[in-house]
Design a protein around this ligand. Structure first.
Ligand code: SAM
Ligand code: SF4
Length: 444
């Protein structure tokens, strides 16, 4: 495509967290509404949106190599828009470093993409990293398509300011979307085919709103109302902060059948000095206490978390406390990362940055413990009967893939279709997935 023509096809490529996946889907809907079609698989797109993540160093570097790879053999490039958190944090640098990028758009401004595309099609380079008062959600098209599982962003931004994290700077202050808008969007997603909705937020459990009777409710209240949507079978939420695990939300795990028995509750480290330096405002003990309460409410709950190894100043003994916490919890699955200094965050300039080799060694030890526990959790589900939501075909003929209530991937053979809820007995366990035989299929 010549740079001064309006694009006819698009491709959106999202990196990083599930909130970016949600934003990427919404951008795709917005572009489709402008009459721009998704580029067929394997074909060049006229417009490429790179929806970036800034949480760790390599993610940002990947964007630059992706921009390079978009260059065609004849030297031309598609119309490139860089969106997401790298755009927010490094917009000017991107414009200076990558001349083929024509648009830079922050996570709170992407509803303005159609205007930006018009300007870029006329040959101008445009940056919009505003955090406007009007919300992008009001300007986005209504949801019309959905697979069996859907994301629904209910809350954005963060006021917690953990000392290692860029999110409060790239996504702005904590904002909850209004209750009515969320109920409406959830209903539309269900009408469009969703059977499971995952509520998303940087601190999803900080969500608060006013219900139709004018009462202030928290995330548990919202989940209770969503559970009334007849054809919605499953509800999940992520990511939560330990300090926002209210008694009501903990109790909801024991009271709402549609709320799946899975909780992702990042702790980051097991040592209190490190947690304090991270500005986490919870201790290892208070975190374990919350998990104890959640387990009392829902004994079969699968627990998940995030960890950072090698935070500045973390000693070997302090790292051992993280391993102890892992042993105490017995997680079903986790994410673990090497600390990555993020420009502009307090931790980036702290003394005693931990050498890479030490971080590598700690991460290996932590991941060995987490993998051991994940395999043990999977093995413990063998012999259990549960429902699986069918998400897609497997590699083998007649094979289907779906998720257990505990978010494990399950494969099985069945006469089923995408969106069915299938009752299975788990018959085998591997480190990353389960095998099962079907007992009953409930049609979508
Ligand atoms: N709000 C969530 C919470 O409080 O746990 C986490 C959201 S953050 C987008 C996802 C994860 O990225 C964090 O839980 C943390 O483990 C990891 N992370 C954030 N900043 C990081 C950094 N500078 N280096 C390494 N990992 C980081
Ligand atoms: Fe980042 Fe901490 Fe906010 Fe989570 S709570 S998004 S880790 S600042």
């Amino acid at each position: 495509m010549h740079p001064t023509q309006t694009p006819k096809t698009y491709r959106v490529k999202s990196f990083g967290c599930q909130m970016n996946v949600y934003d990427g889907d919404r951008m795709a809907e917005l572009l489709a509404e402008q009459g721009i079609a998704p580029a067929p698989e394997g074909e060049d797109a006229d417009l490429v949106v790179l929806n970036t993540c800034h949480i760790r160093e390599k993610a940002a570097e990947k964007v630059y190599s992706d921009i390079g790879r978009l260059k065609r053999e004849d030297g031309s490039s598609p119309l490139i828009a860089v969106a997401g958190c790298v755009a927010q944090a490094e917009g000017e640098e991107i414009m200076a470093r990558a001349p083929s990028v024509k648009m830079v758009v922050g996570p709170q401004a992407y509803h303005r993409l159609p205007d930006m595309i018009r300007e870029a099609s006329e040959g101008r380079r445009v940056t919009d990293t505003d955090m406007p008062a009007e919300t992008k959600f009001d300007a986005l098209p209504r949801r019309r398509r959905s697979g069996p599982t859907a994301f629904l962003t209910v809350q954005e931004g963060c006021d917690k300011f953990c000392t290692y994290c860029v999110v409060p700077y790239t996504r702005g202050a904590e904002v909850s979307r209004p209750h009515g808008d969320l109920i409406e969007e959830a209903k539309r997603l269900v009408e469009a085919g969703a059977r499971e909705i995952t509520l998303l937020g940087q601190n999803v459990n900080a969500w608060t709103g006013e219900n139709a009777r004018g009462q202030t409710i928290g995330l548990d209240g919202l989940i209770r109302e969503l559970a009334q949507i007849a054809d919605l079978a499953r509800i999940r939420y992520t990511t939560s902060h330990p300090n926002d695990m209210t008694p009501g939300l903990i109790a909801a795990h024991g009271e709402i059948d549609k709320l799946m028995p899975f909780l992702h509750l990042p702790v980051q480290a097991g040592n209190d000095r490190v947690l304090k330096a991270m500005n986490r405002s919870h201790s290892a003990e208070s975190y374990l206490k919350i998990l104890e309460q959640v387990r009392a409410a829902r004994p079969d709950i699968a627990l998940s978390g995030d960890f950072i190894v090698g935070f500045p100043g973390e000693t070997d003994t302090e790292f051992e406390d993280t391993l102890k916490l892992v042993d105490a919890v017995g997680y079903a699955q986790c994410f673990s990362f090497k600390y990555s200094p993020r420009p502009g965050t307090p931790a980036a300039t702290m003394d005693e940055q931990v050498p890479l080799a030490v971080m590598d060694e700690r991460l290996q030890r932590l991941q060995a413990a987490l993998n051991r526990d994940q395999y043990a959790f999977n093995t413990a589900t063998v012999g259990k009967t549960c429902t699986v939501l069918v998400e897609r075909k497997g590699k083998l003929p007649g094979q289907w893939l779906g998720k257990s209530p505990w978010l494990q991937s399950v494969h099985f053979e069945a006469d089923a279709q995408v969106g069915d809820l299938v009752e299975v007995e788990i018959t085998s366990a591997g480190p990353n997935s389960l095998g099962a035989v079907v007992r009953m299929v409930a049609a979508a």
